[in-house]
Design a protein around this ligand. Sequence first.
Ligand code: AR6
Length: 169
Amino acid sequence: MTTITLVQGDITQQSVDAIVNAANSSLLGGGGVDGAIHRRGGPAILEDCRRLRASRYGKGLPTGQAVATTAGALDARWVIHTVGPVHSQSLDRSALLASCYRESLRVADELGARTVAFPAISAGIYAWPLDDAARIAVETVRATETSVEEVRFVLFDERAYGAFAAQVR
Ligand code: AR6
C-alpha cells in the first residue's frame, strides 16, 4: 500500500529518496520548482541532464515521460524529471498529466525509491487549473501499482495544499 501524505512547503527541503521535478523538455532548467531544484541541488544535476540530452534524449524529454538524475546537494538520492503538459482550453491533455505521475513512479520503482516527493505538476507556469491538477495527481497515484511506500505531495502555498487536501479526504 502506498500512503499519500501532504505537506505545505518547499520541495527542495524534503528528505526523501526521490524528488520529482516539474521540468521542461530541454531538461536544462527553468523557473518554478525546476529553478529551485537546480539552485539548491547545485551543478551536478545540470551535468547529468546535459549528459541525458547528449545521449538518450537528443530531442528532449517528451511530455508525460520521466527520467532520473543525481539529486546533487539535495537531501535525496535522485531527482526524477518529468515534463507536464501545458494546459489547453481546447485540447484535453489530462492523459499526459496522469502519465507524468505514473512514469515518475515507474522510474522510482526501477531505482528502488521508497519515498517520493511530488510538486503539483503543471499547476504553475503551465497553467493547469489547480483543482483539476490535484484530482488527476491523487487519482493517478491511487490507481498506480508501485512499491513506493510514501508519495508526499509538497504544495507551495495554502491554496495548493487545500486543493490536494480536498482530494485526499
Ligand atoms: N516547492 C514546491 N512547490 C513549488 C516550488 C517549490 N520550491 N516552487 C514552485 N512550486 P511550476 P509547471 C509550485 O511552474 O507548471 C519551469 O520553468 C508552484 O506554485 O514549477 O509544471 C519548467 O522549466 C506550482 O503549484 O511547474 C517548465 O518550463 C507547482 O509547483 C515549467 O516551469 C508547479 O509549478 C513547468 O511548469
